[in-house]
Write a protein that binds this ligand. Structure first.
Ligand code: SF4
Length: 312
């Protein structure tokens, strides 16, 4: 199946997924946390998987079946592997643009040192690049790149793309316990994310069975620390902890507000008190949310924060 969904996405609204890679995963990486298993077909050679006209026809048929209310906000290349390995990616983006629906691409960024890849991606409206670490050894441990890939080329590609791309560029950092969640590594990663002017730096955790069974998410304290380090470095940071909470305003319903906001940002104690006051809420709500294991209280520096609890 080339197109699927639309699936609800906090980042993209309703996103119609497009898998422009074959049914067998083909990737430049074999990330230890990959939710589609280990990479059997490693490659950094671009090749043809589907003709752009085939992708176009599939998407057209798919869109025709949808009710108006289900029309996607984005057509998103989210592939079974690395979408930029598709030599037809640029042509497919161009032909899909005739639907007048913005195009998004989720890439691991490893091919961005190739000027042709950058040129093709420049036609997308929204691009997410993976930046799990700025440390070469951690990159090798976490992303397990194809041996011929060079870490400096990867970083160079990110920088060049960020300078050339006119659309919305975001980054995603997957946090893995004991691998890239130390303050030292996170400061370096945040610097790299900062250098590409990522409009939003998303921090995520493994929420589905990983390729390597021993991979786990850091605890709430470490996730909060990562969030604080990123924001202290000036990054517009959001958490993606596997919950699709979307409403981050003040609705008058304190429970919904706390859970929705905690899903995206840790809430500092003083902000929490202000939120409770605005929502005219009983302060006991906080205790019951903690007791019910919906949120957790964590310390960072001299402050107390509340973060969405995801460990059972
Ligand atoms: S880059 Fe994406 S598809 Fe490739 S191994 Fe990593 S997580 Fe899996």
């Amino acid at each position: 199946m080339i197109s699927f969904g639309p699936i609800p996405s906090r980042r993209l609204g309703k996103s119609l997924g497009i898998n422009n890679i074959s049914s067998q995963k083909v990737c430049t990486y074999s990330c230890i946390y990959c939710q589609v298993g280990i990479t059997n077909k490693y490659s950094a050679d671009r090749t043809s998987f589907f003709e752009p006209s085939v992708i176009y026809d599939e998407v057209k048929k798919h869109l025709q079946k949808l009710d108006a209310i289900d029309m996607p906000d984005y057509l998103t290349f989210v592939s079974n592997g690395e979408p930029t390995l598709d030599i037809n990616l640029g042509k497919s983006i161009e032909i899909l643009k005739t639907f007048n629906i913005p195009i998004a691409v989720i890439t691991n960024g490893s091919m961005l040192n190739d000027s042709l890849v950058r040129e093709e991606l420049s036609h997308a409206d929204w691009v997410s690049v993976k930046i799990d670490t700025a440390d070469k050894e951690t990159w090798k441990t976490l992303n397990r790149p194809l041996a011929k890939l060079d870490f400096d080329h990867y970083k160079n590609g990110l920088l060049k793309f960020s300078q050339e791309f006119k659309g919305k560029l975001v980054s995603e950092t997957m946090l893995v316990k004991g691998v890239n969640d130390s303050p030292e590594i996170l400061h370096q990663t945040a610097e790299l994310v900062l250098s590409i002017n990522s409009s939003t730096a998303y921090l995520s955790i493994p929420t589905r069975p990983p390729a390597i069974a021993t991979v786990t998410a850091p605890g709430e304290s470490e996730i909060n620390a990562a969030y604080q380090i990123y924001t202290e470095m000036g990054l517009n940071t959001e958490l993606m902890l596997g919950f699709e909470g979307t409403n981050t305003g003040f609705t008058g319903n304190a429970i919904d507000d706390i859970i929705n906001i905690c899903t995206v940002h840790p809430i500092r104690e003083d902000t929490m008190q202000e939120l409770l006051r605005k929502d005219n809420a009983d302060p006991m709500i906080l205790k019951s949310l903690i007791h019910g294991k919906h949120i957790q209280q964590v310390k960072y520096g001299s402050n107390t924060f509340y973060i969405r609890k995801f460990h059972s």
